[in-house]
Design a protein around this ligand. Structure first.
Ligand code: DAH
Length: 340
């Protein structure tokens, strides 16, 4: 009996020693100390022990049980501690690892350029006025001094909705709506989408323009030059100059085509400016007396300047984009180039 107990003790302690996980530990505990376990088995065997030594053997078995219980409790504590530490380690954050960066968007190049243009002029005190994209023949043409059958209507391949209603081919109708609604001094910028039946590498059926108009007493061509000089410096670089070339628009007199000195070759001549040192960027002029009259103002008292530019054209020049379609395809590789 004594030998059996020793064996049991040794086997229990060595099994406990080799036990690594709480799962194995639970199995061992059941095997040795459980209800149907080996130590309980010994106690059950007491009935076969001669009566006179039963109390003594019983005590020895109980001592063994207590000893094993103590050893099991110590092991349990050890295992719990070990597993808790392993858990902490597994959950630990390595703050030196690089984080996962969220995907970040960027403003579309056209939005950037439009915002830049708007920023320059609002900085000079221009208010923003957005006219409708669908407009009448009157606002689109007639009030702008382009009567029915005037050849200048062909300059803009207009989409007609009905005989009298069009998708606006330019933002210039904004001039009329402002002059009708506001009292001078008027200083307004009218950005928006325009539509023309025109489609090639530098034209698209939909594009954006920014129109500007200033009307007050004694506004001169010099004021126009000053405003556009500031615009050119801001968009194309401080050293950029502007020059006016005579042109024709029905709603301005005189009318000018505005060039900026080539910001790539600094005016020496390159393929961007086709060797001329200058790049055409917009149309402008002094608001025609008829336009001022059409809006109920006296052209002897009030004068003004106006200008209109294409946002896509400015963006293409500024970023050296060869085809306007690239601005509308939204190829992410292209758009990422502007995330600088
Ligand atoms: N509306 C003209 C166009 O679409 C651009 C323009 C030229 C606007 C001269 C103006 C201007 O206000 O004065 O081509």
């Amino acid at each position: 009996m004594q030998e059996k107990m020793n064996e049991l003790k040794l086997s229990a302690l060595s099994a406990l020693e080799g036990c690594e996980t709480s799962r194995d530990f639970q199995d061992l505990k059941i095997r040795y100390l459980g209800k149907a376990g080996e130590v309980t088995g010994l106690l059950k065997g007491l009935k076969d022990v001669p009566k006179e030594s039963r109390a003594e053997v019983g005590k020895i078995i109980n001592d063994l049980r207590q000893e094993l219980e103590g050893a099991f409790a110590a092991k349990e504590e050890e295992l719990q501690k070990k597993e808790m530490e392993a858990g902490f380690l597994a959950e630990a954050l390595d703050v030196t690892l690089p984080g996962t960066r969220p995907e970040r968007g960027t403003l579309h190049p056209l939005t950037k350029v439009r915002n830049e243009i708007i920023g320059v002029f609002t900085g000079m005190g221009f208010e923003i006025f957005e006219g409708p994209e669908i407009d009448t023949d009157y606002y689109t043409f007639q009030a702008l001094n382009i009567p029915k059958d005037h050849p200048a209507r062909d300059m803009q391949d207009t989409f007609y909705i009905t005989e009298n209603v069009v998708l606006r081919p330019h933002t210039s109708p904004g001039q009329i709506r402002c002059l009708e609604q506001k009292e001078p001094p008027i200083k307004v910028l009218s950005p928006g989408k325009v539509y023309r039946s025109d489609d090639d590498a530098t034209h698209s059926p939909m594009f954006q323009q920014v129109e500007g108009i200033v009307v007050d007493k004694k506004v001169t061509l010099c004021d126009l030059k000053g405003a556009l000089d500031a615009f050119a410096a801001k968009l194309f670089g401080d050293e950029t100059k502007t020059r006016f070339r005579p042109s024709y628009f029905p709603f301005t007199e005189p009318s000018v085509e505005v060039d900026v000195s080539c910001f790539r070759c600094k005016g020496k001549g390159c393929n961007l400016c086709k060797g001329t040192g200058w790049i055409e960027v917009l149309g402008a002029g002094m608001v025609h007396r008829n336009v001022i009259k059409n809006c109920g103002l006296d052209p002897d008292e009030y004068s003004g300047f106006a200008f209109g530019m294409g946002v896509e054209r400015i963006a293409m020049l500024k970023y050296g984009i060869p085809n306007m379609k690239m601005l509308f395809e939204n190829d992410v590789r292209f758009l990422n180039e502007f995330d600088k």
